[in-house]
Ligand binder design. Structure first.
Ligand SMILES: [Zn+2]
Length: 146
C-alpha cells in the first residue's frame, strides 16, 4: 500500500465496504501501547479523513474490482432493443485494456467510454450510475451511494 492507492474499508460498522484514497501511511496510532507505532494509515473517504489500523483496509487490486456504469436501452427503427453500456473514463488504478476486457466478460458486449461532460449528461438523463463489482471472482451490481 502506498500513498495515492485506493483501498476498501473492511471494518464492520465503520464505513465497511467503502472506498477511500490513502493519504498517509505508517502513521502512529495513539492508543497503541507499543513504542514506534506505525500501524495506521490515513484514508480519505468522501470528505472525511480516517486514521485506521492498516489491517482494517484492503487494497483494491487484491480480489476486488469495481467500475461505475450506466445502462441505456433504446429501440432502433426496426423495433429491436439495443442496450448500451457507458462507463466513465478510467481512473489510474484500474483502466485501459484490463478494464475493457473485464467489462466485456460481464456484459458480453463492448462498452462505451463517456467523456466527463457526456457522463454528466448521462446521469442527468438516466439517473445515478450503478457500480459493477467483482469480489473474489463473483460479480454484483450495486446502486451508487451518491
Ligand atoms: Zn501500533
Amino acid at each position: 500500500m502506498k500513498v495515492g492507492d485506493r483501498a476498501i474499508m473492511s471494518h464492520p460498522g465503520k464505513r465497511d465496504g467503502e472506498i477511500g484514497v490513502i493519504k498517509e501511511i505508517d502513521v502512529p496510532i495513539k492508543s497503541h501501547p507499543h513504542d514506534n507505532c506505525r500501524c495506521g494509515i490515513r484514508l480519505e473517504i468522501g470528505n472525511e479523513l480516517w486514521l485506521i489500523h492498516r489491517n482494517w483496509v484492503k487494497p483494491l487490486d487484491k480480489g476486488w474490482k469495481g467500475c461505475e456504469f450506466i445502462e441505456v436501452e433504446n429501440t432502433d427503427s426496426l423495433g429491436n432493443k439495443i442496450r448500451s453500456i457507458f462507463v466513465p473514463r478510467p481512473s489510474s488504478f484500474f483502466g485501459g485494456w484490463a478494464r475493457h476486457q473485464w467489462l466485456k466478460s460481464y456484459f458480453k458486449q463492448e462498452c462505451s467510454i463517456a467523456s466527463p461532460e457526456f457522463w454528466k449528461v448521462l446521469i442527468e438523463r438516466h439517473g445515478k450510475p450503478k457500480m459493477l463489482i467483482e469480489e473474489n471472482g463473483e460479480f454484483r451490481e450495486e446502486e451508487s451511494e451518491e
